[in-house]
Write a protein that binds this ligand. Structure first.
Ligand code: ZN
Length: 309
């Protein structure tokens, strides 16, 4: 089976400076790309991930200075989780207390220890204790000891009215399989080491979600290359009656988008060319990178973007 799994998750934040500070300094992720929203170049698009910027490690944000808060609800991504070594949840609980991060108690979910928390703009997150994660590479530029550092995304929890049709997309198009059930949660996994888990919670009767600060905008799944992506697009159309957008060049991957039957925006993003396409691996995230079609407007764009430091 191909390692389809999650490529990245994109969410909406408040002011960029606070978003950057939280994900790099408090959580210790690497800023792997500093660019703008290609469809709205007055807004940053910040990408956080592991040392290599691997697909499956990436959480990205559109930080809007004056965003209204969103609401978690039906047809939205309820939680995004990261992998940490099993023995690290105590360290993280202390860190969250010290840093004033809103968090819950460590709970058990599918036999794993899970520490839920929120970012400063209300995005619902979790750290999942993962066996042997300590042997995997981590980004360790800050004050977080490497044995406790985040090791990429674990996955997402999707909240939908009725998960059956959403599940069919995951299993038939993206190569996930159902592995467990617990209460109203059904777990789907691929064999991808990072970003390989999607939990679906079917819960009728809740209010629909409302997009805003703290909301996940979309979840992107991996395609190896254009041919792999085209195969998935064909399957979506022929077997599920779902049309995707045309392919958009996002510089670091090429993407198509569609709304899955539960109402959540999904993307299929290619693994290639990756984040080193326009700057060296060693200095990922250091400079503001713009796609070729916006380069002519660089000084105007830079003048309007908020200060980051
Ligand atoms: Zn995306």
């Amino acid at each position: 089976m191909r390692h389809h799994g999650i490529h990245h998750v994109t969410a909406i934040a408040g002011p960029a400076r606070r978003n950057l500070d939280f994900y790099t300094r408090v959580l210790g992720l690497r800023l792997v790309k500093k660019t703008v929203n290609f469809d709205d170049p007055g807004t940053y698009h910040l990408y956080f991930g592991d040392s290599l910027g691997q697909p499956g490690s990436i959480l990205t944000f559109f930080p809007w200075e004056h965003v209204a808060p969103g609401r978690n609800g039906i047809g939205s991504t309820q939680e995004t989780s990261f992998r940490v070594p099993e023995a690290s949840l105590g360290y993280w609980t202390h860190r969250f207390i010290e840093q004033g991060v809103e968090h819950g108690n460590v709970e058990k979910r599918f036999g794993q220890s899970v520490l839920t928390f929120k970012d400063p703009h209300g995005t619902t997150l979790a750290l999942v204790g993962t066996p042997n994660a300590e042997s995997e590479p981590a980004w360790t530029a800050g004050d977080i000891p490497s044995e406790h550092a985040i090791r990429g995304l674990e996955g997402v929890t999707l909240l939908v009215e009725n998960g059956e049709r959403t599940a069919k997309i995951l299993t038939d198009v993206f190569g996930f399989r159902e592995t467990a059930r617990e209460g109203s949660l059904i777990r789907y996994k691929t064999d991808a080491l990072i970003g390989g888990t999607v939990d679906i919670r079917s819960a009728g009767g809740f209010l629909p979600g409302r997009m805003g600060g703290g909301s996940v905008h979309h979840v992107a799944f991996r395609a190896k290359d254009d041919a792999d992506q085209a195969e998935m697009v064909k399957k979506l159309a022929e077997k599920h009656g779902i049309e995707t957008t045309e392919q958009k060049d996002r510089n670091y991957f090429r993407s198509v988008y569609f709304r899955e039957p539960g109402g959540i925006l999904f993307e299929i993003a290619t693994d290639e060319p990756g984040f080193a396409a326009d700057e060296p691996q060693d200095s990922l995230g250091a400079a503001l990178k713009l796609p070729a079609f916006l380069e002519a407007r660089r000084s105007e764009i830079e003048a309007h973007l908020p200060e980051l430091a």
